[in-house]
Design a protein around this ligand. Sequence first.
Ligand SMILES: Cc1cc2nc3c(=O)[nH]c(=O)nc-3n(C[C@H](O)[C@H](O)[C@H](O)COP(=O)(O)OP(=O)(O)OC[C@H]3O[C@@H](n4cnc5c(N)ncnc54)[C@H](O)[C@@H]3O)c2cc1C
Ligand code: FES
Length: 336
Amino acid sequence: MTVQITLKPANQSFPSRPEDTVLAAGLRAGLAMPYGCRNGLCGMCKAKLLSGDVTYLREPAGLTSGESCAGYILCCQALPRNDLRLELEIGPLSQNIPARRMPARVEKIQRLNHDVLQVILKLPESIRFAFLAGQYVDFILPDGRHRSFSLANAPQQDNLIEFHIRHIDGGRFTGELFDHLKQYDLLRIEGPLGNFYLRDNSARPVILLAGGTGFAPTKSIIEDTIARGIPRLIYLYWGARSREDLYQHDRALDWAKRHGNIRYIPVLSDPKPHDNWSGRTGYVHEAVANDFPDLSGYEVYGSGPPAMVYAGQTVFLKQGLPRENYFSDAFEFAND
Ligand SMILES: Cc1cc2nc3c(=O)[nH]c(=O)nc-3n(C[C@H](O)[C@H](O)[C@H](O)COP(=O)(O)OP(=O)(O)OC[C@H]3O[C@@H](n4cnc5c(N)ncnc54)[C@H](O)[C@@H]3O)c2cc1C
Ligand code: FES
């Protein structure tokens, strides 16, 4: 049974399917719901329940018993049992692009390095897939489970969509893709989702902090700004272990060469002797922190490993970055 969720004070209502968490239903409706880990840990999706009932598959760690007694819930874990009214501040609408489910056919598969696969999907001709650069989609597995992957292309190209997929040891979905995916296979996706997109209502310089395949959404954002002629100063910090993990290094160098407003700073945490690396080393979020002791005038967008995204947040806020100017997609595993 579909239930209705209403957010106050925005008075925004949206439907929720039985298998949806409050967060999943809100993101699908195109709302800028706050979230972080999506695993019940960080507390960023906390909302006050004004009426209705929710249930959890397991008690979330990110909510104290005091908060629970005071009527707070964690939207990323709470399953509505009936219609809900919630007190929750949401950001401006993600241009209100509701997500939808659609089939997509594999157009091209290519290894970008030892553990990253580029997958290009073709959408049905009848579908014009609108999204904001930086957003992600969920792949829907045959058993209904979801796996999230960021769109790597700019929205101007909306019939073919691109993903950079890192192989996870023992991973169900990525293992299946690496071992068996072939051209013309049919997959099901749902999107666009998420709040990780460039806020273009400001002229602040932008720092894109990417770890590994966290490069994918930053590529989408950069290609979108180039296509739209946005002149904002953009620093791309791309962190990886060794040189081969910077799987589109030449492309990033090319952006910086051709566009005076784009700066590219690759940072390796574990360069190999044969890399002959003379560039920056260490953790990528620390490189940003070293280069920008005062972040009060910037916007930072972090995508990739959760450890990098959260460590970056902690240090950047200490260096003056306003909380509302840090945007992130932590590449957490799905909470099956
Ligand atoms: C918003 C968002 C966007 C994302 N975008 C991208 C993207 O563009 N590209 C990309 O490559 N990934 C992206 N991810 C991460 C991606 O969703 C996961 O890697 C993927 O869901 C793994 O699916 P799986 O079925 O292969 O692995 P699962 O079967 O879900 O996971 C394997 C399980 O094994 C364990 N495990 C295995 N290996 C490891 C490891 N190395 N470290 C820790 N635990 C491990 C974990 O407990 C995990 O639960 C994104 C995630 C989110 C939330
Ligand atoms: S606790 Fe819900 S997003 Fe982190």
